[in-house]
Design a protein around this ligand. Structure first.
Ligand code: KG4
Ligand code: ZN
Length: 341
């Protein structure tokens, strides 16, 4: 049995997981930072300090839950890119320290590869090649994943990520950060046809996304309507959610048909959205596409996905050095820079 202890600290969650060679989760500890809510977005320095306070506590907790000690861990993994530099450094340095003292291999992971591989080693995960749609607060992009799990970007957002659009519009509605889940809860009681929002990028044949035009339109509607009225607020949320989902689905199925691929993997915080899930399940059925949707707790940032991605890298002989740096930005095509071989 091979056990990987993994860390994910690229944003506002301190997450530590222990996952075995079959992908089974022995522990998955997440400390979510709530300190940012009053600021309406993440304050990197506050985030870094909280990660420093929490990472050791979360690690001890994970070892306790898994009923193992550090000597039983076979490899250490952490997110090294992309993300907020301070938070990334905390997880990366802690992982390097453990790898050095335990004399175990270090595996640096690209956060997006983690999202794509959140279901790797699970029975229902799909064999590559497949298309991956990753939708989060920082990213909205489509990838082609080849038979060796090499990833190539097909299209991405030209401005805001879908989660960022939810968060920024939610802020204007007075919702706390992150607002995606709150908007989806309001949407459950609303009429999705009440507000005629344009479906972003629907007329463009490229595989890129754009949500800033929708954001401007939504902020304008907020100014003109009484969003304190509960019914109007619910209708607004349902209509907004619908067009964001439609835009994501349109581009994803365009990618599948352009590349003649019939397997689809989703990941990222926005994939926790119930409407996106039900729409993508229905359309995949209709188009005969094999679909992998991560369970909701593994959509938002977590270290399980980092551990599972690390199991793949380990099986491919990819190991990182203790000198490995972190990167705020790193294209998925360049994730090879994280490995020594
Ligand atoms: O993957 P993630 O945890 O962090 C990033 O890597 O960005 O994604 C967080 C994003 C936030 O923008 C949040 O508003 C959004 O995911 N989100 C949702 C839902 N749950 C989380 N958006 C829509 N509906 C949801 N249920
Ligand atoms: Zn993420």
């Amino acid at each position: 049995m091979s056990l990987i202890l993994a860390f994910e600290t690229s944003c506002d969650d301190t997450s530590v997981a222990i996952v075995d060679h079959q992908g089974e989760i022995l522990a998955n500890v997440i400390h979510s930072q709530t300190q940012h809510q009053q600021f309406g977005g993440i304050v990197p320095e506050i985030g870094s300090r909280s990660h420093i306070e929490q990472i050791h506590i979360c690690t001890l907790r994970a070892l306790e839950i898994a009923h193992i000690n550090l000597a039983q861990v076979d490899a250490i993994a952490a997110t090294f890119a992309p993300g907020l530099l301070g938070p990334l450094l905390v997880g990366a340095q802690y992982a390097k320290g453990l790898a050095a003292s335990l004399k175990k291999p270090l595996i640096a992971i690209h956060h997006i590869e983690g999202h794509v591989l959140s279901g790797y080693l699970q029975k229902d995960f799909l064999k590559p090649p497949f298309i991956a749609l990753i939708v989060s607060g920082g990213h909205t992009a489509l990838y082609h994943v080849d038979k060796n799990y090499s990833m190539q970007t097909l299209g991405q957002t030209l401005d805001d990520a879908a989660g960022e659009a939810f968060d920024k519009i939610g802020r204007a509605l007075g919702f706390s950060y992150p607002a995606g889940k709150i908007i989806s809860e309001w949407a459950q009681n609303g009429d999705k046809n009440k507000f005629a929002f344009p479906i972003p990028m629907i007329k463009h044949k490229s595989l890129d996304f754009s949500f800033s035009g929708l954001k401007t339109k939504a902020l304008d509607v907020i100014k003109k309507h009484d969003l304190n009225n509960q019914t109007i607020k619910a209708d607004f949320c349902a209509s907004l959610q619908e067009v964001i989902c439609l835009s994501l689905i349109e581009k994803t199925f365009l990618a599948l048909s352009n590349l003649s691929i019939n397997s689809l993997v989703l990941g990222g915080g926005v994939v926790a959205n119930y409407r996106l899930r039900e729409m993508i399940i229905a359309k995949s059925k209709e188009k005969n596409i094999s679909l992998f949707l991560p369970p909701i707790p593994l959509c938002t940032d977590n270290a399980v996905m980092i551990a599972r991605a690390a199991h793949l890298k380990l099986s491919q002989g990819k190991i990182s050095t203790l000198e490995q740096d972190v990167f705020a930005n790193l294209h998925i095509e360049q994730s090879y820079v994280l490995y020594d071989v």
